[in-house]
Every structure is written in structure tokens, then in C-alpha cells.
Ligand binder design. Structure first.
Ligand SMILES: Nc1ncnc2c1ncn2[C@@H]1O[C@H](COP(=O)(O)OP(=O)(O)OP(=O)(O)O)[C@@H](O)[C@H]1O
Ligand SMILES: [Mg+2]
Length: 312
């Protein structure tokens, strides 16, 4: 019961067009965001991140499964009360001034006028808009809109903050600022869930990450587990390996690239590779090379995305 956000077997099928073609946006997604952590939902365009977030907020009804914010069902008043949200492409009221908009958002979040004014002033400071928000939003640059959207997500002091692509449209300094703000939210013991397709954002600030590809969660866990410094992939290259040996190594989990004379076996972790090395020597194969290399998050991500391309 200690999760700040929980998804249990969430699925969403959209029906589009005259023939109600089925689009599987999210498929059997289960994960938890723990209290006080920064969780990154990483996935390429169209993976289903926004749809997942909208189900967590209660904006989109799941076809199957359930979601909770704390103990409260997603979408319930109780769930929304303590939640801040930055949409993917925030469409803010263009004719309001930035500072007025923020006060308005604070009033919607249930703050008194005085509290809304106080919080909005300190939030404008926090997102780097102090002294620049006294003009209509339509005169804001893209980065300023994103910053104002972030301030809006934080007004009312929510314990859990869900941000859909918070760094999008920002220049390098803006990205760094937003990362720092997200880190400061964790320092205040808030929970942050954000989506992105940019690996470096995840690598820089997340405690745990979920990788989403083609509607499914392919990996979920601490960054250090997914790309543990110790968890190294190994490439073993052999010459004159018998077909029995090739079959045996394949059965032990190796990916095989068979050439004319040599074969390259890739093992996901070093232990299995060492066992294979011994077996190969015992079977009389010639060892050409044994090359461990560290798996980066990028490799993992690319491998997952390629896997999708290969199956679809
Ligand atoms: N309202 C909708 N009606 C029909 N299909 C939809 C709807 N919303 C999303 N989809 C489809 O669901 C899939 C997942 O979309 P989603 O927006 O959740 O992906 P995403 O991971 O947020 O992508 P991006 O990185 O581009 O924002 C896509 O194929 C999209 O076309
Ligand atoms: Mg999206």
C-alpha cells in the first residue's frame, strides 16, 4: 500500500475511423511508483506513454485493468486532490497573463486568493519566470509556456506530480533547469512520474525507469539494475565450433551470428558467457575472442525498439 502510483494490468484499445479499427495503445501494463522517487517512463513516439498517463489521471477510461493514486482509484476526487499534472502540449489560456493564469490555477486547486497569489509568486521564481510573466501567454516563448505549465502542475503543493514530456521544447539550459526542479521536488519528498523519449533525461535524474515499447512495458526497475555496472554483455567468438556446440550455447541463452568459419555468440551476462567459454574449450573449439562490454541504457532502449520493429 506504499505506492504513490500503481497500475494493475492497464490496457487501452481505441477504436478509430468509420470501421472502428482497433488501436492497441496500452497493453497489460503493471508498475508502481514508490513514494518519494523519481520514476521515468521512457519510450519512443507512439509507445503509449501519454495514454498511460491519461489513465492514471482518470482522463481516459482503461479498457481493462485499474490504476491508483495512493489508495484512491484513479480519477476519483481523492486521487486528484493531491496530484499535479503537466500535459504534453499545455494549451494555456492565451489571453490571460502568465501570473494571472497561475493564480487562477491555484484557485481551481482550492487555494484562497491570498495563498494562490503567494504560491504563484514563489513558483514563478522557481521556474525562472519571475518578472517575465506579466504579459499575455500568447506572447510567451515555447520554453516559457513549458515553464508556466510546470508551475501550474506544482500549485496547490501536490505530493505526487505527473509530467508528460516536461523537457520538450526546451533549450539545453531549460532542460537543465527542469531537471533541477524535478530533483528539488524529490528533496521535498514528493513523488514524480514523468515521460520522455530522451535517454539522458532519464539517466540524469531517475531512481527507477519503465521502458515502454509498442504499448508494452518491456523493462522496469532501478537504473542500476537495468544497466548495472556489473551486468555486462559478452561476445564470444569461436572457430570450428561443432553444430552440437552451437545448439548447446544457443540453448544456454546465446544469440548466434554464424559466419563461414567463425561464429559470434552474445550472452546477456558474464556468468553464462564464462560457462560457455569452458564448454567451448572442452569441446575443442578455438576461442578467437572473449569480449565483455557494458550495457548502456541506450543499448537496452535501442534493442527493445528494434525488437519491436522486427516483430511488427
Ligand atoms: N484518442 C485516441 N484515439 C485513437 N488512437 C489514439 C488516441 N490517443 C492515442 N492513440 C494512439 O495510441 C498510440 C499511443 O499513443 P500515445 O500518445 O499514448 O503515445 P506516446 O508514447 O505518448 O507518444 P509520443 O512520444 O509521440 O507522445 C498511438 O498509436 C496513437 O496513435
Ligand atoms: Mg505522448
Amino acid at each position: 500500500m506504499d505506492a504513490a502510483v500503481r497500475a494493475e494490468g492497464l490496457s487501452k484499445i481505441f477504436r478509430v475511423g468509420f470501421f472502428a479499427r482497433r488501436v492497441r495503445a496500452v497493453e497489460d501494463l503493471s508498475f508502481e511508483v514508490r513514494r518519494g522517487e523519481i520514476f521515468g517512463l521512457l519510450g519512443p513516439n507512439g509507445a503509449g506513454k501519454t495514454t498511460t498517463i491519461k489513465m492514471l489521471l482518470g482522463f481516459v477510461r482503461p479498457t481493462r485493468g485499474r490504476a491508483f493514486i495512493g489508495a484512491a482509484p484513479a480519477g476519483s476526487l481523492q486521487a486528484r486532490r493531491d496530484l499535479g499534472y503537466l500535459p504534453e502540449n499545455p494549451a494555456l489560456y492565451e489571453f490571460l497573463r502568465g501570473d494571472e493564469y497561475l493564480i487562477f490555477a491555484g484557485r481551481l486547486a482550492g487555494l484562497s486568493r491570498a495563498d494562490a497569489q503567494k504560491q504563484s509568486a514563489s513558483l514563478l521564481e522557481r521556474v525562472g519566470l519571475a518578472g517575465r510573466a506579466d504579459r499575455p501567454i500568447r506572447r510567451f516563448s515555447k520554453g516559457m509556456v513549458q515553464r508556466l505549465g510546470l508551475a501550474q502542475a506544482l500549485i496547490g503543493d501536490p505530493h505526487t506530480v505527473i509530467l508528460d514530456e516536461p523537457m520538450s521544447g526546451l533549450d539545453p539550459i531549460g532542460r537543465k533547469d527542469v531537471r533541477d526542479i524535478i530533483l528539488s521536488l524529490r528533496d521535498e519528498r514528493r513523488t514524480v512520474l514523468f515521460s520522455t523519449h530522451i535517454l539522458s533525461d532519464v539517466e540524469a535524474i531517475c531512481d527507477r525507469v519503465g521502458i515502454m515499447v509498442d504499448a508494452r512495458l518491456t523493462d522496469c526497475g532501478a537504473l542500476t539494475d537495468l544497466v548495472a555496472p556489473g551486468a555486462r554483455a559478452v561476445e564470444l567468438t569461436l572457430e570450428s565450433a561443432t553444430s552440437e556446440l552451437v545448439a548447446r550455447l544457443q540453448a544456454q541463452g546465446a544469440r548466434v551470428l554464424q559466419g563461414d568459419r567463425s561464429a559470434v555468440f552474445t550472452f546477456a551476462e558474464e556468468g553464462a558467457a564464462r560457462a560457455a567459454l569452458e564448454a567451448s574449450v572442452a569441446a575443442g573449439a578455438t576461442v578467437i575472442s572473449f569480449l565483455p562490454h557494458r550495457r548502456s541504457l541506450e543499448e537496452l532502449f535501442v534493442a527493445r525498439a528494434r525488437g519491436r520493429a522486427a516483430t511488427s
